[in-house]
Design a protein around this ligand. Structure first.
Ligand code: NIG
Ligand code: FE
Length: 413
């Protein structure tokens, strides 16, 4: 299908396809074309430019007038846990009544609560619950997403989650990357035998996952009360032996050296980063590891926001993701993420949009094909409703300004 979009008020994030991420002061720059056209062919971006220079020989099958609207690459959400069973509304109310997230976890709630629910849910039911979340985030402008396992905490449960992720990627046109997060928490039956559970991860789960090509990445929740730095290194190394690149949960509550360990193992990203020391920031400079902030988790749990300004001032890149999960961020709305990053982390709209598109794509290893408007990249983009400027996207927090999401050149309905 050849589609031509004309009279775009402003086409955002137009870049040479060789740009795979933006860092430090570059993040303040969002290249745009005003009064632009965009030509899509075979699901890819075939051409774009200013209306004044538009060639006449496109012969599109469909022409869309985007007068007064913005077009930008769809959101690249590099960190989610959207495959889960049920919800955790009771813990939400418990927190309102004074319990902390960590106290709830210590009482057997939290991740273990979701694991119990997941192991009682059939693969079909889990698929149905998860696909509703996937459809919701596509409607909200997401065009590529990473999904983690980590609520199984048993061989069967983890495989069930990863199979659901695979089914989603086979049945939906959106790009999906799968991450194995068996090391999300120590399951109840191994509370007095951590080593036993880590053995299961390494010797039982990983070989089957690799054999069935069920994951692209390996993740560990490296945090006090979850997995130590030494355990994280052991699990990352095992994952790497099976061809999985690390993407690690670190520095959510404490800085314990997880960032340095992740960098040592060439992690693609380090995610959360609510608690960052100067040493942590310095360790990330001039590395290939993408720092990923999750502002809706900070919002929902009432914990600190990642120090985005300090990180960018030190030359670091930054990606933004939703962390959509039942415990710490039951929302996959990237528009809210971008807005919250502006309001609470003092990121400019340009920085936040860069973080949620090109840098998000980098954090999933797909920035050669996603995350910017560049010739040859996938035609995954958003058309906004009528807006005065792109500032309105983060400014009008809570409003849905997405008119339509296109995936591989086709409108998502
Ligand atoms: O990224 N921090 C660890 N894991 C998830 C939340 C898990 C849960 O509470 O279910 C996160 O925030
Ligand atoms: Fe997470």
């Amino acid at each position: 299908m050849k589609t031509l979009i004309i009279n775009i008020k402003e086409l955002l994030q137009v870049r040479d396809s060789s740009v795979l991420k933006v860092s430090g002061v570059e993040m303040a720059v969002l290249p745009t074309i005003k009064n632009a056209y965009l030509f899509i062919q075979n699901g890819l971006i075939a051409d774009f430019g200013s209306m004044e220079d538009m060639p006449e020989d496109f012969n599109p099958e469909k022409c869309i007038d985007a007068d007064g609207k913005m077009v930008l690459p769809s959101w690249c959400d590099s960190h989610t846990h959207i495959v889960y069973a049920g919800n955790r509304e009771q813990e939400f109310v418990d927190r309102i009544n004074g319990l902390s997230y960590e106290e709830i976890a210590r009482r057997g709630g939290g991740i273990l609560n979701s694991a119990r629910k997941l192991n009682e849910t059939s693969q079909e039911e889990l698929y149905d619950q998860s696909k509703a979340r996937l459809e919701e985030i596509i409607r909200l402008g997401t065009g590529a997403v990473e999904i983690k396992s980590g609520y199984g905490l048993s061989l069967d449960g983890e495989l069930k989650m990863l199979r659901v992720i695979k089914q989603l990627s086979q049945n939906y046109p959106i790009t999906i990357k799968a991450t194995f997060l068996g090391a999300h928490a120590i399951p109840l039956e191994y509370q007095n035998n951590r080593k036993g559970y880590i053995d299961v991860i390494i010797n039982e789960m990983l070989p089957q996952i690799a054999e069935n090509k069920l994951a692209d990445f390996i993740d560990v929740f490296c945090e006090t009360g979850y997995f130590t730095v030494a355990e994280t290194e052991q699990i990352m190394e095992a994952g790497i032996r099976f061809g999985l690149k690390p993407k690690i949960h670190v520095n959510q509550f404490h800085s314990i050296g997880g960032i340095q360990a992740a960098i040592k193992h060439d992690a693609l990203s380090v995610d959360h980063l609510e608690v960052m020391t100067t040493k942590d920031i310095k360790a990330l400079t001039n590395t290939e590891t993408m720092p990923v902030a999750l502002p809706s988790c900070s919002y929902f749990l009432g914990i600190p926001y990642s120090p985005a300004r300090e990180m960018m001032a030190n030359g670091l890149p930054l990606a933004l993701a939703s962390d959509y999960n039942p415990g710490s961020s039951p929302s996959g709305n990237m528009n809210f993420v971008v807005s919250t990053a502006c309001i609470k982390m003092k990121m400019t709209p340009e920085e936040a949009i860069n973080a949620a598109t090109i840098n998000g794509a980098y954090a999933m290893g797909i920035s050669e094909t996603h995350g910017s408007i560049a010739i040859g990249k996938k035609a995954n983009f958003i058309i906004t409703k009528l807006v005065s400027s792109y500032y309105q996207l983060p400014y009008s927090f809570g409003s849905n300004l997405i008119e339509s999401t296109y995936i591989e050149g086709e409108i998502w309905t």
